[in-house]
Design a protein. Structure first.
Length: 212
């Protein structure tokens, strides 16, 4: 539930860094979307304070990361490929260090992923496929930010969550409550409102004035 607040942080940082002009229609649209996402998620019976803090930090840092990425690529200063080229080593070192500290992969001797040639090839193949898909996804997100904005990317992320929920109903037979259906309806209405705001001449003029 806390992770769904990411669009709020994205909008807040975009305003703070001068990428977005504070507009009532924009704030209302994002608030409606986040409210809808809150309703689609049934509350957890067990509250964990450490988990709450970690997820809150993740949501805030996600908003800051995408805002800084757009700021880096704004005004033609950097292309998505160049940005990814410079960011990838830092991301790799960070993830590799965290993996060594938290997962201790060299002592996982009980796992059978590399105990034979067949398992090794299978494991490396799966990791390669995952890496390629992650690279394509990240590059697509950078191009998306370059041509639109981080706020639009966060709204698209909410749309993805709605599609995942719909697929879980049709493919796996998950049952949704009236509260969940209400949240989906509110989120979709918020997305339509945001798209209407984006396509309005007033929003386009504000974007041009604010980015100049």
């Amino acid at each position: 539930m806390i992770k769904s607040s990411t669009p709020v942080w994205v909008l807040l940082f975009s305003i703070l860094f001068g990428l977005k002009r504070p507009q009532l229609h924009l704030i209302v649209a994002i608030s409606i979307i986040v409210l809808g996402v809150f309703l689609t998620i049934d509350g957890e019976s067990h509250f964990d304070s450490i988990g709450f803090i970690l997820v809150s930090i993740a949501a805030i840092m996600s908003g800051l990361r995408w805002t800084m990425t757009q700021l880096l690529m704004s005004n033609g200063h950097s292309s998505p490929i160049v940005t990814l080229y410079h960011m990838s080593p830092v991301m790799f070192i960070t993830m590799f260090t965290l993996s060594l500290v938290l997962e201790d992969p060299f002592r996982q001797t009980h796992l059978n992923h590399f105990n034979s040639i067949a398992n090794t090839l299978s494991s490396l193949g799966l990791m390669s496929i995952g890496g390629i898909l992650a690279f394509i996804m990240t590059l697509a997100e950078f191009y998306f930010i370059k041509n639109t904005s981080t706020v639009t990317l966060s709204v698209a992320g909410i749309s993805k969550e709605i599609i995942i929920i719909a697929l879980s109903v049709f493919l796996y037979g998950d049952r949704l409550t009236a509260k969940t259906y209400s949240g989906l309806f509110i989120s979709i209405m918020g997305i339509f409102l945001y798209n209407y705001y984006r396509s309005s001449p007033t929003a386009e003029n504000n974007e041009k004035i604010y980015s100049s």
